[in-house]
Design a protein around this ligand. Structure first.
Ligand SMILES: Cc1cc2nc3c(=O)[nH]c(=O)nc-3n(C[C@H](O)[C@H](O)[C@H](O)COP(=O)(O)O)c2cc1C
Length: 274
């Protein structure tokens, strides 16, 4: 696959993967892609923990499920999330951003109509206060997806490998992001799907628990957790399942020229090569 094609075709995969282990050759390709990422002063602050045993997956699945249940019980958390939740494909396409609720959780049949779902999302915190939202089902679904994934990749940052300057953490985070994107793109090229599992690392207490499960040294900070696996062959190019659709803002919405408000480029005079 061409690089630009991989960039555009990469999607977050929120369904199960093929029941097939990631081959050593492919794992090494992902690791090699990570290895060549840029980082400030070439400090390469990353560490990858490759997880394939059911015992570790189960421990991480349980931790994630508990985190989701607690998050669903937190009105503030739900309110914050609901700003980016879209209740129908039409609304999602129209907004050009956010995530489709149906892609995140299996919505109960009684709530699936957009006219019902939209106000529920809008008033998520009220429903939560009334005890109407149980995180049990989404927690169970995510736990299953984690347990059944052929591989999890836990990504940590070695705080000792810091570049100079007061803003070092910011530069390190940028390097970590570039490294993770390298993995995602290499995976796309190999028909390997991926999904961030952020619920497990949203809160400090959960990050600490995850560090313990992985036996990370104290100077390592957990940055990300990914589910990884081969994609179903029949839907690898499909745009209709929850794993293969997405939306983006128009380029005119986020690109400007010379200043923030200038939306059109000045005419560029072609310079003739010397
Ligand atoms: C830092 C980060 C955290 C994310 N966390 C989650 C997550 O916990 N669960 C999930 O399903 N997707 C997660 N995503 C994926 C985004 O929801 C996804 O990239 C976005 O909706 C665009 O969809 P696409 O990746 O399919 O194009 C995360 C992405 C990033 C970059």
């Amino acid at each position: 696959m061409e690089l630009l094609e991989s960039i555009i075709n990469r999607r977050t995969h929120r369904e199960s993967f093929l029941d097939e282990n990631i081959s050593t050759v492919h794992l090494n390709r992902l690791i090699e892609a990570a290895r060549w990422a840029p980082s400030p002063f070439n400090v390469q602050p990353w560490h990858l923990v490759v997880i394939t045993t059911s015992q570790k997956k189960r421990a991480i699945g349980k931790l994630t499920a508990n985190a989701i249940i607690e998050q669903f019980g937190d009105p503030e958390f739900l309110d914050d999330n609901s700003r980016w939740m879209r209740s129908s494909i039409e609304e999602w396409v129209d907004c050009e951003d956010g995530v489709l609720l149906q892609d995140q959780v299996n919505v109960p049949v009684g709530l699936s109509k957009p006219s019902v779902l939209k106000p529920v999302i809008k008033h998520a915190s009220h429903f939560s206060k009334l005890g109407k939202f149980g995180g049990g089902k989404p927690a169970e679904e995510t736990e299953n997806l984690i347990n059944c994934a052929p591989m999890l990749l836990a990504i940590s940052m070695d705080r000792n490998r810091k570049p100079p300057g007061a803003g070092h953490l910011r530069w390190m985070w940028l390097g970590m992001g570039a490294m993770i994107q390298n993995i995602l793109l290499a995976a796309t090229e190999l028909k390997i799907g991926s999904q961030f599992i952020s619920a497990a690392i949203e809160r400090t207490s959960d990050r600490e628990k995850l560090s313990k499960i992985l036996d990370l040294p104290s100077w390592h900070e957990v940055i990300s957790l990914l589910r990884i696996g081969y994609l179903e062959k029949h839907n690898a190019n499909e745009n209709t399942t929850r794993s293969f659709r997405s939306v983006r803002r128009k380029t005119t919405d986020f690109v400007s020229y010379e200043t923030y408000s200038q939306k059109k480029a000045d005419e560029i005079k072609e310079s003739s090569p010397a």
